[in-house]
Design a binder for this molecule. Structure first.
Ligand code: PLP
Length: 378
């Protein structure tokens, strides 16, 4: 029997409707042409699919289609946003400081640390939220960029991106936000968030892996240096033949996610309540941060997460960050919130998606109960 899937923050299965849409752009009888080919109908038709996708993705975040730059995913988008803006603007403006949060995704943290920039990494509070006073102190007239995600991928914690953007703008800095875990979970509206740059990914919301986008606000002062050279696609910001099937897949996934947003949120909120109730009964379980219901992060006293995984072969979930699962280092997100190494190694992330059912949650609760009680009595 296959394990029940509770690792949706790591990736999600592609929605069958999305797969069907993608298949219409692959073979000879579909829109397989190069969207940049202007000499024949194959190219024109593929280009129409690309522009339809651009409009759908733009619409779903309240952007203009001209503000969408296709990429290979949120990792590339974060790199393009941070590296690209730093290369294009730091010399010109004399601003060399980038401010970010220690609980950000490695795509942001490692990009920052690989730049010759004055990087300030703020420590979040114990509940995972940003310390706005610390941000105020770190913002100088030399600050080029502030990068803080909306929804955290390990804890689900939601940051006050609008307030952060307002503060960044007040000192003349740009605001970037990693939105990979936000689309399909909360309303993402780049205008009311007030951000200048936003990283998107398709595969966290039942779209395909290997595709994403960067939202780049249309504004004279915002410039992005391209990170790969080639055919000057995407208005010179990102070269490479556009993968039509990937883009329609992302668009269809975003369209379906926004149709379903409020009903899914309340369904998953109910599931989270079931989990919270069950954990209270088991006892000695702490919830780390509270944000979107899709992502529940727990520390289980007296139980090592690795042992717990082994004791629950019927459940697929994540200990700490999936990206770190090759090494036995506790999650950098929990560590940054002030949790000890030991607590980090006793923590798991349960993440749900559109296809999670009540029956699955009931089985998860039973398995968790059995495994925790079993391990504690050893
Ligand atoms: C998954 C994820 C990424 C990486 O996205 P890819 O599309 O896989 O490159 C970046 N940031 C966050 C918050 C994520 O959850």
């Amino acid at each position: 029997m296959k394990a029940l899937y509770f690792d949706n923050a790591s990736t999600t299965p592609v929605d069958p409707a999305v797969a069907t849409k993608m298949m219409s752009c692959l073979a000879i009888d579909g829109f397989f042409g190069n969207p940049a080919s202007t000499t024949h109908g194959y190219g024109w038709m593929a280009s129409e699919e690309v522009e339809w996708s651009r409009e759908v993705v733009a619409d779903s975040i309240d952007a203009d289609p001209r503000e969408i730059v296709w990429t290979s995913g949120a990792t590339e988008s974060d790199n393009l946003a941070i590296r690209g803006s730093f290369e294009a603007l730091s010399e010109k403006t004399g601003r060399h400081r980038i401010i970010t949060l220690a609980s950000e995704h490695k795509a942001v943290l490692d990009t920052c640390s690989n730049l010759d920039a004055d990087v300030v990494v703020l420590k979040p509070r114990f509940d995972g939220s940003i310390d706005m006073e610390a941000l105020r102190r770190a913002l100088t007239p030399q600050t080029l960029l502030v990068s803080v995600m909306l929804v955290n991928n390990e804890t689900g914690v939601i940051q006050p991106v609008r307030d952060i953007a307002d503060m960044a703008h007040a000192s003349g800095a740009l605001m970037h936000s990693d939105l990979a875990q936000s689309v399909g979970k909360v309303v993402v509206d780049v205008k009311s968030l007030g951000i200048d740059l936003g990283a998107l990914s398709a595969h966290k919301v039942h779209g395909p892996k290997g595709v994403g986008a960067l939202y780049v606000k249309r504004d004279q002062s915002i410039k992005i240096a391209e990170q790969q050279h080639g055919g000057q696609h995407e208005r010179g910001m990102r070269s490479g033949t556009l993968p039509t099937h990937q883009l329609v897949g992302m668009a269809e996934a975003y369209r379906l996610a926004s149709l379903d947003l409020t009903t899914m949120f309340s369904r998953l909120d109910e599931f989270r309540l079931m989990l919270e109730g069950a954990c209270e009964l088991i006892g000695g379980i702490r919830f780390n941060g509270r944000g979107v219901p899709h992502i529940v992060n727990l520390t289980i006293e007296g139980v090592e997460a690795e042992m717990l995984m082994a004791a629950m072969p019927d459940i697929a979930l994540s200990t700490g960050s999936a990206c770190n699962s090759a090494t036995l280092e506790p999650s950098h997100v929990l560590r940054s919130m002030g949790h000890s190494r030991k607590e980090g190694l006793s923590s798991i992330r349960i993440s749900m998606g559109r296809f999670t059912t009540r029956e699955e949650v009931v089985q998860l609760i039973q398995s968790l109960q059995r495994a925790v009680i079993g391990l504690r009595s050893q």
